[in-house]
Design a binder for this molecule. Structure first.
Ligand code: HAH
Length: 353
């Protein structure tokens, strides 16, 4: 850049003219890629412009999940995931794949035979292998990291394993098998275990035990994804730091894979809408959001090297999955860009440090 006189630089900085121009991806270029979860409809028009300007990585929000990508035994729906990967390549962005094995949004056919009977362990493993081999193989070399297993640990109870259909039919080793299949299909891809509520003391410990076991068995797991579905009230800085340090102590990379900061109190289960949900969001909640985001990014920066990626779950407050979860039709405002796709007032605090 050409040198500008000091007084002019100072004036520009004061008016915010320089700061305004800084994008997320440029601000964090020496730290980690900053990504965003997208649907194909985000890839044209003003949202596409915002994505290319601000982010260095994208993730399909839904298009690579088991059900959407593999709706029938002999049919894959490649159109949407292909479009997302092509968009990334055209714009020089990285791609994070999400997700190869998850009990939710998995197609019914996966677990049953033609007569509707539950399949055996052998058949389910064979299907899982075929699925992972086909999906990872198709994008080999173009997807740098995969969420291999999503949400295998329950929030409550003492068990380490969520009693999902994968667990019930195969047993606990479905997890290591999924990682092995993925590694065989693309040995260069970084493979992640991904989960939410990872700052809860009990759940953090269970996930730690699961990952420790996998590492001891030399399963090809390279990182852990903290989804980061947080709120203006949680987590605290020390809870977040504890999660990062605990998982990193296993020699794993850590990524924040699905970041959003809800203005509502965090709940992890779907529920009916009540009278109280009609109340306007407390001004205090909006006021806390900037501070919470500032704390989160400060902590991410402190963990440079260990923390290898941060991905937001959706583009802007115009539409986010939290508009329908956990309460259908209750609006949320969890992201850095508002309903008009404009950076929020506190945006500069995230990119200027
Ligand atoms: C995530 N689950 C999923 O990983 C992602 O695929 C989906 O698009 C949205 C959220 C989060 C989650 C939760 O916070 C509470 C209960 C179940 C799932």
């Amino acid at each position: 850049m050409q040198k500008i006189p000091l007084f002019l630089a100072g004036w520009l900085a004061c008016t915010g003219a320089l700061a305004q121009q800084k994008s997320l991806k440029d601000a964090y270029v020496d730290y980690f890629p900053v990504g965003v979860a997208v649907a194909p409809r985000n890839l044209s028009g003003p949202e596409a412009e915002l994505i290319v300007k601000q982010f260095s990585s994208i993730t399909p929000e839904n298009a690579m999940k088991m059900g959407p990508i593999h709706p029938e035994p002999d049919r894959y729906a490649w159109e949407a995931p292909d479009a997302i990967v092509a968009f990334a390549q055209k714009n020089g962005m990285k791609v994070r794949g999400h997700t190869l094995c998850w009990h939710n949004q998995a197609p019914q056919w996966f677990f049953t035979d033609a007569s509707g009977k539950q399949v055996t362990r052998e058949v389910l493993l064979e299907r899982l292998k075929q699925h992972i081999t086909d999906v990872v193989g198709r994008y080999k070399g173009r997807i740098y990291a995969w969420d291999v297993v999503n949400e295998a640990v329950p929030d409550t109870g003492t068990g380490i394993y969520r009693p999902s259909r994968f667990y019930e039919i195969v047993g606990e080793d479905y997890i290591e098998k999924a990682f092995e299949y993925a590694h065989a299909a693309d040995p260069a891809a970084k493979l992640f275990y991904n989960d939410y509520n990872t700052e809860s003391r009990a759940k953090r410990e269970k996930i730690y035990q699961l990952l420790k076991k996998l590492k001891e068995k030399n399963v090809p797991v390279h990182g852990v994804g903290l989804q980061g579905h947080w709120s203006v009230y949680e987590p605290s800085e020390s809870e977040l730091q504890e999660s990062i340090s605990r998982f990193a102590s296993l020699g794993l990379a850590v990524q924040i894979t699905e970041l959003d900061v809800s203005v509502h109190v965090k709940e992890h289960g779907r529920r009916e809408r009540t009278e109280a949900d009609n109340a306007p969001v407390a001004p205090e909640a909006f006021a806390r959001q900037g501070g919470q985001y500032e704390m989160l990014f400060r902590t991410f920066r402190k963990n440079r090297g260990v923390l290898t990626g941060v991905t937001f779950w959706n583009v802007s407050d115009k539409t986010t999955w939290l508009d329908n979860f956990p309460v259908r039709g209750r609006k949320d405002y969890p992201l850095l860009f508002d309903e008009k796709l404009q950076p929020k007032a506190f945006f500069n605090k995230i990119v200027d440090f």
